[in-house]
Design a protein around this ligand. Structure first.
Ligand SMILES: C[S@@+](CC[C@H](N)C(=O)[O-])C[C@H]1O[C@@H](n2cnc3c(N)ncnc32)[C@H](O)[C@@H]1O
Length: 183
């Protein structure tokens, strides 16, 4: 199997320190976020036929760990950062469908067209339009859960679980522990 490519270092470091010249931590954070997302999904969830958005995906630190699921579901990624979206578009699309969004809503998506949205360490970076973005994510979400969190650094004992579903229209959010990382 061909290894999943890593983005240029400047795109990786704009979403978090690498603490070294390699991508070990980048990969570890993405994988641990994936685990936490899966743990928050309702019992019986499958990705078959689902439409999923990684809101504020950067260069795909989390999205890159959903290649297998993207064979059975539709995975979208969006971000305001043009170079990150361009890199994803050239390297991991397909299977992911990516687009650059503006600083303010709307997204170019129909109402109730998504089953799952996650936003990893994104709302901590939105100072002016966060309420409008929450309304917008609610607009495009049909079922299940929208997850908003900051990633925990896997190796750090000070970082507990950080799971904060922000809404569930027909499904369930299952945790409300507070974020503890300052990314
Ligand atoms: C700390 S990075 C996290 C990136 C990615 N979620 C991850 O975990 O690797 C924050 C990201 O939010 C993006 N962002 C900030 N405001 C945004 C907005 N209004 N819409 C979409 N993305 C936004 C930034 O461009 C950046 O890529």
């Amino acid at each position: 199997m061909t290894p999943t490519p890593f983005p240029p270092i400047e795109l990786a470091t704009r979403v978090g320190e690498l603490y070294g010249a390699d991508f070990v931590l980048y990969e570890e954070i993405g994988r641990s976020v994936r685990t936490e997302i899966l743990a928050l999904l309702p019992p019986g969830w499958t990705f078959d036929g689902k439409r999923v958005l990684d809101f504020g995906c950067g260069a795909g630190r989390t999205l890159r760990h959903f290649l297998e699921e993207a064979e059975v579901g539709s995975f979208f990624g969006c971000d305001i950062d043009g170079p990150s979206i361009a890199w994803l578009g050239s390297n991991l699309s397909p299977p992911f469908e990516v687009f650059r969004n503006e600083e303010e809503p709307p997204l170019p998506l129909a109402a109730a067209s998504l089953d799952l949205i996650w936003a990893i360490s994104v709302f901590t970076h939105i100072s002016d339009h966060w309420a409008a973005w929450l309304v917008e994510l609610h607009r495009v979400l049909e079922t299940t859960v929208c997850l908003s969190r900051r990633p925990s650094a896997p190796a750090s004992p000070k970082n507990g679980p950080m799971q904060r579903p922000i809404r569930g229209r027909h499904g369930e959010g299952r945790s409300s522990t507070r974020p503890t990382e300052s990314e």
